[in-house]
Design a protein. Structure first.
Length: 42
């Protein structure tokens, strides 16, 4: 069962890493769009 545990941990860490990267990417896009919206809405 250690191989199964390692695969589960690997998949979990990969999912966490992907979600974190996606979260940072979307946060950057939202911040960038908000910045331009703030510039053009004045």
């Amino acid at each position: 069962m250690p191989y199964h545990d390692l695969s589960v941990v690997g998949v979990f860490s990969a999912v966490v890493r992907q979600v974190t990267l996606n979260g940072l990417y979307y946060r950057f896009l939202l911040g960038f769009n908000g910045f331009w919206f703030y510039l053009f809405s004045r």
